[in-house]
Design a protein around this ligand. Structure first.
Ligand code: HEM
Length: 178
């Protein structure tokens, strides 16, 4: 029989990555993208964004490896086959979009020569990033990710409060019973 909940490492990784991604979506949209490249504070904002974005990529890869190596609880069920399939697809989608969002950010940074400018203090920022194709991909992927996170939260709340199956207990700390 599969365990009743995720293990504590998975729980910790889930919530750390979730908080980091939310922080990045909000700061990326409302601060970073709104600050002109000519503003001196842009370098500091980019530094933080690039570091946190790379940490998200590493932690997500670690999370996926850990997932493969440990025994998982069964997929949560709603009693509706279509909703259950949507739930499984949403989990794949969240992982894929997180990886692609981070990868497109890194692609953009490399194409625009940001590591040298932002961390090495050599050269100046281009007037904006829109001439680089990964900028367009990064904008679209991060918006899709935000939309899927919203759906994921609605799904989790549906389980918790409508079906009342105490889904949150599966992704919180504690002992697992088989
Ligand atoms: C999953 C991780 C990441 C998330 C959630 C994220 C989120 C965002 C968001 C929401 C924006 C603004 C998009 C828009 O409004 O069009 C943005 C812009 C940007 N991101 Fe990321 N990002 C991530 C990873 C990265 C990484 C790893 C790098 C580079 C190493 C990076 C570099 C950039 C750059 C250069 C911009 C453009 C800022 C501008 O146009 O002024 N991002 N990011």
């Amino acid at each position: 029989m599969n365990p009743s909940k995720y293990n504590n490492i998975q729980v910790a990784l889930h919530w750390v990555v979730a908080l980091l991604v939310l922080f990045m979506l909000v700061m990326g949209t409302f601060v970073l993208a709104q600050t002109p490249n000519s503003d001196p504070s842009k370098l500091t904002a980019l530094r933080g964004h690039m570091v946190f974005g790379s940490v998200i990529l590493l932690l997500t890869l670690l999370r996926l490896v850990w997932r493969r190596k440990s025994v998982q609880p069964d997929h949560a069920e709603t009693g509706n086959a279509l909703l259950d399939k949507l739930g499984v697809a949403a989990h794949y989608g969240l992982n894929l979009l997180t990886l692609l969002a981070a990868a497109s950010g890194i692609g953009l940074a490399l194409q625009a020569g940001l590591p040298r400018i932002v961390f090495g203090g050599q050269g100046i920022l281009p007037s904006d990033f829109w001439a680089f194709t990964p900028r367009i991909a990064h904008g679209i992927l991060t918006k899709l990710l935000a939309a899927l996170i919203a759906l994921h939260v609605v799904g989790a709340l549906y389980h918790q409060f409508i079906i009342k199956d105490r889904l949150f207990g599966r992704i919180w700390f504690g002992k697992r019973d088989m």
